[in-house]
Design a protein around this ligand. Structure first.
Ligand code: AHG
Ligand code: MN
Ligand code: MN
Length: 281
C-alpha cells in the first residue's frame, strides 16, 4: 500500500511544474460549473485532466474522484481510490495568491470514511512549490523542483504553543457559539487567512494554531468538501499530532453520503479543537 502511495505522490510531484506552468494562461472562467455549483476556471479543468492522466497510469489505483467531476470514475482494477481537489483556492489565481492541490488515498470505494485513508498530501504553489505527505502517522515535507521532490522536513509535528488562527466564512453568518469562540481566540493568536485551504492549513502546520471554515447560519454544512478537502487535511493534521472536528467529532469519523458532501471544518492544535467543540455545545 505504501509503495502505491509513494508512486502516486511521485507522479503528482512530476506534474506539479506542468500545473504551475499552466496557471498564467488559464486564469479565466471555463464557462462551466463544478458539481458543487461553483464556476470552473480553465486551470481547474486542466489540472484535473493532468492529475487523472497521471493517476490512472499507476497500478493499484481503481477509482478517481475529483472536485471537477460529478461521479467517481473507473481508472483501473487496483484497490486504492484517489480523491483530489485539483486546484484548491483557485479564486486566488486572479489575485496571484497561494493555490494548492489536495490528494486523499483511500483503501475503500468512494465515498469513504476518513478512517479509510491510507495516505494524504498536498502541493502548495507558493513562492516555491512544496509538498506535504502523510502516510500512517508520519508527516514529511518536500521541496518540489523540476518535478522531483526532495525531503525538507521529516517527522513533522504541529508546533506548540499555537500562534495563528485562520477563520473562513463571513462574520455575520457565523453561529453564536463560533462567534464567541472567535472573540476569545482573536485576543490570543494572530490572524492569517489567505482564502486557500492549502495555504492556510500549511500556515497552521508551520506555526501551530487553528483553521476553521465553520458551519454558517446560511450553510449549516459549511463550504468545504469532505472527501477531497476536509478528510485529507484532517488526516495530515492528526498525523502531525493535532486534531480535527466537524464541530462534534473528528472529521475522519464523519460518515459521507456522496463524494461532494460538504462539512464544517476545524483543524489544528488539540487544545484549541477541544475548546472549539466545547464552545459549540
Ligand atoms: P476551491 O478553490 O477548490 O473551490 O477551494 C476554495 C475553498 C478553500 O480553498 C478555501 O478555504 C475556501 O474555499 C475559501 O472560501 P472563501 O472564498 O469563502 O473565503
Ligand atoms: Mn478546494
Ligand atoms: Mn478546487
Amino acid at each position: 500500500m505504501t509503495d502505491h502511495s509513494e508512486a502516486i505522490f511521485d507522479a503528482i510531484a512530476a506534474i506539479a511544474p506542468d500545473i504551475r506552468a499552466a496557471l498564467p494562461g488559464r486564469r479565466l472562467a471555463a464557462g462551466g460549473e463544478n458539481p458543487s455549483g461553483e464556476d470552473q476556471l480553465a486551470a481547474d479543468v486542466y489540472a484535473d485532466e493532468l492529475l487523472k492522466e497521471a493517476i490512472e497510469a499507476i497500478d493499484g489505483v481503481g477509482i478517481y474522484v475529483s472536485e471537477e467531476r460529478t461521479e467517481a470514475i473507473d481508472v483501473g482494477d487496483g484497490e486504492l481510490s484517489v480523491a483530489v481537489d485539483p486546484l484548491d483556492g483557485s479564486s486566488n489565481l486572479k489575485s496571484n495568491n497561494a493555490l494548492g492541490t489536495i490528494v486523499g488515498i483511500y483503501d475503500e470505494p468512494l465515498p469513504a470514511s476518513g478512517r479509510d485513508l491510507v495516505a494524504a498530501g498536498y502541493v502548495l504553489y507558493g513562492p516555491i512549490t512544496t509538498m506535504i505527505v502523510a502516510i500512517g502517522d508520519t508527516v514529511t515535507g518536500y521541496v518540489v523542483d523540476d518535478g522531483d521532490r526532495t525531503v525538507s522536513e521529516s517527522d513533522m509535528e504541529l508546533p506548540s504553543p499555537p500562534t495563528i488562527y485562520s477563520f473562513g466564512g463571513r462574520v455575520p453568518e457565523w453561529t453564536d457559539g463560533f462567534a464567541a469562540f472567535a472573540d476569545e481566540i482573536e485576543t490570543e493568536l494572530k490572524l492569517r487567512y489567505g482564502g486557500s485551504m492549502v495555504g492556510d492549513v500549511n500556515q497552521v502546520l508551520t506555526y501551530g494554531g487553528i483553521f476553521s471554515y465553520p458551519a454558517l447560519t446560511t450553510a449549516p454544512d459549511g463550504k468545504l468538501r469532505l472527501q477531497f478537502e476536509a478528510n485529507p487535511m484532517a488526516y495530515i493534521i492528526e498525523a502531525a499530532g493535532g486534531a480535527s472536528s466537524d464541530g462534534v467529532r473528528s472529521l475522519l469519523d464523519r460518515e459521507p453520503d456522496g463524494v461532494h458532501d460538504r462539512t464544517p471544518v476545524h483543524l489544528g492544535n488539540a487544545e484549541l479543537i477541544d475548546r472549539l467543540e466545547a464552545a459549540l455545545r
